[in-house]
Design a protein around this ligand. Structure first.
Ligand code: PMV
Length: 631
């Protein structure tokens, strides 16, 4: 079943006339702009609330909603709803929240509209207005609600707070908008105003009233003059700044008639009547007034859950910007492993995992357009057969003909995560070819569609892959832990270069289906991840080694108990395990991990490098946190 997604978007706004006076019951003019904030809410089955926006991330649970910046409005809205389940919230804003363009009202209105669809509550506009006003008052301790009205209804509005009047005007004058370079909150600006200023505020109210009349008579000339008069009031209230004064002087020099502050002053934007092109020193923001208000839209299958749809949603265009795209991605070794999928097509895992990227052990991929797909691995043209079809099918998601050259410096399909670095480098090379400039999260999601563990090969160091809960996998991606541990070493003991008999893809599915021990695996793996993360944070190597080795042994025991049983180990694997245990008995801190192949990966610290090198020959030692020339 497609995952429900509740979405809504609302425009930002500009105060045109009647600032401050609107708080005293005067009519104000407020207008919606053509830049919007969009919200998507995806319900979860657990109680977690996960907010992701262009200004930050925030994670909590429905039982512990603390009102925290910069998500005060969204969190207050969530708190008011008394939710029974958690959700993922994605916020996308087309404008800055630091320019006085009504972002608080817009985000509140959009959040309420999306929430009310989810909660199947009335989403009548006036009901949203009332709830939004309550939220804004709770967060700001006041506010006229004019910006909320504009975000809800769109267009240019004749607004009065008490008695409430929201009247959409027919006129939508052209306005140019200039950012003053700073913003002061209304609360702060209000402190500048005292009782003596009341007559000035009254005057601003009257000017606003006259401006509405002028607009109703389509008299833009008078309207401009009234704007100028309103600006004089701002100046007398000491709410202008040198930056604002200089913008206004410039604009007047360029023939602007009707120029004033929009908002509470001491920053924010300057608006000017009519369309003004760039002047020498001040450039307008790319903003116009707009008739569109809140846009609600709920579609059950809005989020594609097939690979093609997901790729199309992520990639911004199909125009190649270069003739050849090129990139390198490291291989990675999981310390808390992934085994078993909740979605086999999208490679969505049953459990989160954590890996270490292998620095210069990995794949370099170049990609260019061709008449048909051709894959060359280490200078050898691959036949299109059963083994390569997976890669070809993956390429097809992006275009119908590529020549892909893969240069890989680790054995292929021997449990050394060759597919991880190949798919990750391929995605990075495509990103280079098309110059998509995707962020690591999107790149990780795209790489995951090729091979699960590839999600972790987009970045370096310790990497955590969040299993996610969304059906389309939009929250299943990997990210680096901000950790540097120069002494940390990984040793690759290559017992066999031979490809594995059972691919990890088949092996994990077979384990999920037949192993009586599999039920315990996801929990055990998640626990290992917690212990390993803590050990990394505390640079506690012994705890890390123990937890990683135990996790690998648990994994192989689970596979062994599948039927027919899966065993990737050979006699040499067991001999090496014995050797490692012997060394540990002698007080050497060395541990191992093992993936879907016979080769062991040793974990140890730099101080034991020489000793390990002597005991395990051949061995390739990698220092993931050291530059090559340092090793
Ligand atoms: O992503 P795949 O299909 O290569 O599977 C990787 C499985 C393991 O290497 C055993 C574990 C892991 O987390 O990398």
């Amino acid at each position: 079943m497609a995952q429900p997604c509740f979405k809504a978007s609302a425009p930002g706004s500009l105060m045109i006339m009647g600032e401050y006076a609107v708080l005293q019951g005067y009519h104000a003019l407020v207008a919606a702009i053509d830049k919007r904030i969009a919200i998507e809410i995806i319900p979860r089955t657990d109680r977690i609330i996960d907010i992701d926006s262009n200004i930050g991330k925030y994670k909590t649970t429905v039982d512990n909603i603390q009102i925290t910046a910069p998500f005060e409005y969204v969190l207050t809205a969530l708190k008011q709803q008394k939710l029974n389940a958690g959700c993922n919230i994605c916020i996308n804003s087309q404008f800055s929240h630091e320019q006085g363009l009504g972002s608080s009202a817009a985000v509140t209105v959009a959040t309420l509209a999306a929430l009310q669809q989810w909660q199947k509550k009335t989403s009548e506009l006036m009901a949203i207005y009332q709830s939004a006003l309550k939220i804004v008052h709770e967060v700001q301790g006041g506010g006229s609600g004019a910006d909320i009205a504009a975000s809800l209804f769109g267009g240019l509005i004749d607004y009065c707070a008490s008695p409430l009047q929201i009247k959409k005007l027919k006129q939508l004058p052209k306005i140019s908008v200039f950012f003053s370079g700073s913003k002061t909150t209304t609360k702060e600006a209000l402190k500048k105003i005292n009782d003596r200023d009341n007559s000035l505020i009254k005057k601003m109210g009257e000017l606003s009233h006259d401006a509405i009349q002028a607009l109703n008579h389509e008299d833009l000339n008078t309207f401009g003059k009234l704007m100028n008069k309103s600006q004089t009031c701002f100046e007398q209230l000491h709410l202008s700044t040198p930056a604002i004064d200089s913008i206004i002087t410039q604009l007047k020099k360029h023939g602007a008639h009707g120029v004033k502050i929009s908002g509470s002053g001491l920053g924010d934007c300057v608006i000017s009547l009519g369309k003004l092109e760039n002047t020498e020193t001040v450039n307008p923001l790319l903003i116009e007034l707009s008739n569109n208000g809140l846009c609600k839209n709920f579609s059950k299958d809005y989020r594609a859950t097939n690979k093609e749809g997901i790729v199309q949603r992520i990639i911004p265009h199909h125009d190649t910007k270069k003739t050849v795209g090129r990139a390198y991605a490291p291989s990675n070794i999981a310390l808390a492993k992934y085994w078993g999928k909740r979605d086999q097509t999208l490679n969505l895992p049953m459990n989160s995992s954590l890996s270490i990227s292998l620095a210069d052990k990995g794949a370099t991929v170049t990609v260019q357009l061709a008449n048909q797909h051709r894959v060359i691995i280490n200078k050898q043209l691959m036949e299109i057969n059963e083994k390569t079809t997976h890669l070809i099918d993956y390429l097809q998601l992006f275009g119908s003909g590529y020549e892909v050259n893969i240069d890989i410096n680790i054995p292929i399909a021997a449990g050394l995560a060759s597919s991880a670095c190949i798919f990750a480098a391929l995605v990075l090379a495509l990103n280079d070819l098309y110059q998509w400039q995707l962020d690591n999260k999107s790149l990780s999601i795209l790489a995951r569609l090729g091979s699960g563990s590839a999600a972790r090969s987009i970045t370096t160091g310790f990497v955590e892959w969040h299993k996610g809960v969304a059906e389309d996998g939009s929250d299943s991606y990997a990210e680096s832990l901000p950790v540097d541990w120069p002494e940390f070493c990984v040793g690759l003991c290559i017992i066999s270069h031979a490809g594995k008999k059972i691919s990890s893809r088949q092996g994990m599915q077979h384990t999920v289906e037949t192993s009586p021990l599999y039920a315990a695996w996801p929990k055990a793996a998640e626990n290992a991840l917690i212990v390993i993360k803590k050990a990394i944070a505390e640079r506690d190597f012994v705890s890390l080694g123990k937890a990683a080795e135990h996790n690998a042994l648990t994994l192989h025991a689970t596979m062994n108990s599948a039927w027919p049983s899966i065993c990737y180990s050979t006699v040499e694997t067991f001999q090496q395990i014995e050797e490692i245990r012997n060394l540990r008995e002698q007080g050497i801190d060395v541990y191992f991990t093992q993936d879907a192949g016979p080769n062991l990966k040793l974990l140890f610290l730099e101080k034991d490098k020489q000793l390990i090198q002597k005991h395990f020959n051949p061995i390739e030692i990698i220092s993931p946190f050291r530059r090559q020339d340092e090793q």
